[in-house]
Design a binder for this molecule. Structure first.
Ligand code: AMP
Length: 398
């Protein structure tokens, strides 16, 4: 089979990332990657680099809208400088209850996924927009949706089901989880020695934890939406529902329509809470670490809350798994924040986890546990785009 190119489009709530891979005959080579960041700002960032890390584009254009962001990407892709894709893979956080398999995108499928926007309200609108634009940009080229929920489909019903009246369960309200492509890539990178009992913590601006047995997800922290689970950059994570009702009633005092009040509540729970809400300073771990050095008590509390929540979740997953063989950190904080890893593991000594301070003093892939640790602790950066390419190649039948 001659080699062919696959374009991966991976959008966040304020960014579009993309990469082009050469595939075929089992080979996977990333040719270029790039991104437009800062959608909705006057000073965005647009860059493209080749496989050696050489910057081919490095600009700071205004990016007032997602349309402008996508047109920057589209113009670059159509410039003739990069190989034309034979297929496109789109990362999608949630396709709702009816779209759970990775599959070829049709206009009807896009409409169906759009009808479940509430299942990932920050991520779905931009992903849907990009899918429609990509179908126009590359007419006749197959586009595939690769779902973050796919990895979590193996969870047992007891983990998926929410403790709510049946009428809402029947509408598809249940635990779906997110970051599934990242978790899948952790399991992929551990092959052929995937441990029986694995906990992986994807700690980025969005943060989640999964319990994985023999490479299959048995539980994950995010719920119906990525707002559930552990506290993250701007999201509450799991919280007493009474808190949301309290805030909703406060908002309703000055808001006329119920849907406007719901929108405001959503902004509180998913954009203004978490590390940002507690610290009253920033959602960015680097800023919080700087502030802690200067003695900022609120920043300390925010990070303590983050660490404490993660420890509790790991403890409950150890109970679910009946022990633990390996703990993996990934995501921007998991890969780079040496202090977060040290603080989380310091509270897990009862599980026999012993970190090696020297080994932990790294950014990027490493084994960071001590020789005498009962659990291997590793840092493994995710390979989400590669996973998307693998799914696309499989779906193409190559
Ligand atoms: P992600 O969403 O995976 O890109 O992760 C973003 C998070 O990673 C932010 O909270 C960043 O502060 C954090 N992060 C990135 N680099 C570092 C670093 N060198 N030290 C500490 N935190 C970092």
């Amino acid at each position: 089979m001659p080699s062919f190119s696959i374009l991966v489009l991976n959008s966040g709530s304020s960014s579009i990332k993309f990469s082009i891979y050469e595939a075929g005959n089992g080979a996977r080579t990333r040719l270029v990657e790039g991104a437009v960041d800062g959608i909705g700002t006057d000073l965005g960032k647009f860059w493209i680099e080749d496989a050696s890390g050489k910057k081919l584009v490095d600009q700071t254009p205004p990016v007032p809208s997602r349309a402008v962001a996508f047109s920057l990407v589209a113009d670059a892709l159509k410039s003739g400088k990069f190989s034309a894709p034979a297929a496109v893979g789109h990362r999608m956080v949630s396709g709702g209850p009816t779209v759970q398999e990775n599959q070829r995108i049709t206009p009807e499928l896009i409409d169906e996924m759009e009808s479940y926007t509430e299942f990932a309200p920050l991520h779905t609108p931009i992903a849907i927009y990009i899918m429609r634009e990509a179908l126009k940009l590359f007419p006749g080229i197959p586009n595939f949706v690769i779902l973050d929920t796919y990895f979590h489909r193996t969870m047992p019903e007891v983990a998926k089901h929410m403790p709510i009246p049946e009428e809402y369960s029947a509408m598809g309200v249940r635990r779906y989880g997110a970051h599934g492509i990242s978790y899948e890539s952790i399991v992929y990178q551990l092959q052929p020695n995937v441990p029986e009992r694995l906990i992986a913590a994807h700690l980025g601006n969005g943060a989640s934890i999964s319990a994985i047995r023999y490479g299959k997800c048995i539980d994950t922290s995010m719920g119906l939406t990525p707002t559930g689970g552990i506290i993250s950059g701007t999201r509450t994570g799991d919280i007493d529902p009474g808190v949301l009702l309290f805030i909703l009633r406060k908002i309703a005092e000055t808001t006329e329509s119920a849907s406007a009040a719901a929108d405001q509540l959503e902004a509180v729970a998913s954009k203004k809470a978490g590390l940002l809400g507690v610290s009253d300073l920033s959602n960015d771990m680097r800023d919080l670490r700087e502030a802690i050095k200067e003695g900022n008590a609120k920043a300390r509390l925010a990070v303590d809350k983050f660490v404490w929540t993660i420890q509790k979740w790991i403890g409950s997953y150890v109970a679910e798994l009946g022990g633990l063989d390996m703990l993996v950190f990934t995501g921007g904080i998991g890969e780079n924040d040496i202090d977060s890893r040290a603080e989380i593991c310091a509270g897990l000594s009862a599980l026999g986890i012993v970190l090696d301070e020297k080994r932990n003093n790294v950014r990027g892939a490493a084994v960071i546990s001590a020789e005498n640790s009962a659990v291997v602790v590793r840092v493994i950066p995710p390979l989400e785009d590669l996973m998307i390419v693998n799914h696309v190649v499989r779906l193409l039948g190559e």
